[in-house]
Design a binder for this molecule. Structure first.
Ligand code: SER
Length: 320
């Protein structure tokens, strides 16, 4: 990776990956693009930035060509709950954006990364220790997009030799940019509200387990996968990765170590609950560990300590 184009660079993953990659590879080596340019002015002004709607193939090609990129990190996508509310938009954006980005990678011979998700699984998938290779019949539009996306990346690898790589991310927890429109967003919201209100009303029901990961581990996983020896990547699109399998009450217990009066109650959103119920409880990440050395360093307690610390700092700056 020498010259990198990131789509969706102002989103939850992009806003942190962008800065990390600029630290490693150099500011001018990482080109940020997003459909928005009015938000996150700090990021927009932190280095090369172009406004890009990923459904516009020509625009994407011209930006990639202008900067002579050799790597594309394609992050622009709608998350699961938004996709369920606007399925046709999700199909057009998630699949249209992906195929455009893959075409650019094919024409300019770029290395390519795009995230898949626990959403690529469905109700007929084994729920516990979900294997790397298993039944994938998701019942959400987001899941349909993710499975089709994994297959499309396989196709570009086999057919055209594009060096495609991907990870099936669990819910990602972070304090920089909010996720927005996902089913696992509660796991981020709970920390904000713990600090602001000492209570949280969860839209995900008691006893619902989903996999989660702290953003620093997700960023390390992307970088490790992209730098790894291609000869070892049997399951290149896409690897199960996870750090913890947690239910809402587990977050509450971890938060109470720092905010003892924290209260959790529930007002279940049937749409997001149905999505969560269709997803695995816990993933098996053996293939990622064996093929390129994946590991996660944050468990629930270590993540909670850091999240509360960093968020408190962020929120106190906002007030002052
Ligand atoms: N975090 C995502 C979502 O909830 C899952 O990949 O949509």
């Amino acid at each position: 990776m020498k010259k990198i184009l990131i789509t969706g660079a102002l989103g939850q993953i992009g806003s942190e990956l962008l800065l990390k990659m600029r630290d490693i590879y150099g500011t001018d080596q990482v080109i940020a693009t997003d459909i928005k340019s009015d938000k996150h002015q700090g990021l927009v002004q932190s280095g090369p930035y172009e406004t890009l709607d990923v459904t516009q193939a020509q625009d994407m090609f011209h930006i990639a060509q202008k900067y002579q990129v050799d790597t594309i990190i394609h992050l622009a996508a709608l998350l699961s709950a938004t996709a369920e509310a606007k399925p046709l938009l999700a199909w057009n954006l998630n699949m249209g954006g992906l195929v455009n980005a893959l075409e650019v990678a094919r024409e300019l011979r770029c290395q390519f990364f795009t995230p898949s998700s626990i959403g690529a699984f469905g109700p007929s998938t084994p729920k516990e220790h979900t294997p790397q290779v298993t039944i994938q019949r998701p019942t959400t539009m987001y899941g349909v997009n993710k499975v089709a996306g994994e297959l499309l990346c396989d196709y570009y690898f086999y057919k055209f030799g594009v060096d495609t790589r991907g990870l099936r991310f669990p819910g990602l927890i972070s304090y920089v940019a909010p996720p927005g429109g996902g089913t696992t967003d509660y796991a981020v919201d709970i920390y904000y509200e713990a600090l602001q209100k000492s209570r949280y009303t969860s839209y995900i029901a008691q006893g619902t387990y989903m996999d989660m990961m702290y953003m620093p581990d997700a960023l390390r996983a992307i970088l490790a996968l992209m730098e790894s020896d291609p000869a070892k990547l049997i399951h290149r699109n896409a690897y199960n990765v996870t750090a913890m399998s947690v239910q809402p009450e587990d977050f509450a217990q971890a938060i109470r170590k720092y905010i003892p009066n924290f209260k959790l109650d529930y007002k279940v959103d049937p749409i997001r609950q149905a999505i969560a119920d269709s997803w695995p409880n816990s993933l098996d990440s053996t293939a990622a560990r064996e093929e390129w050395g994946f590991s996660a360093t944050y468990d629930l307690d270590k993540m909670t300590m850091d999240m509360l610390d960093k968020l408190q700092e962020k929120l106190s700056h906002k007030v002052s």
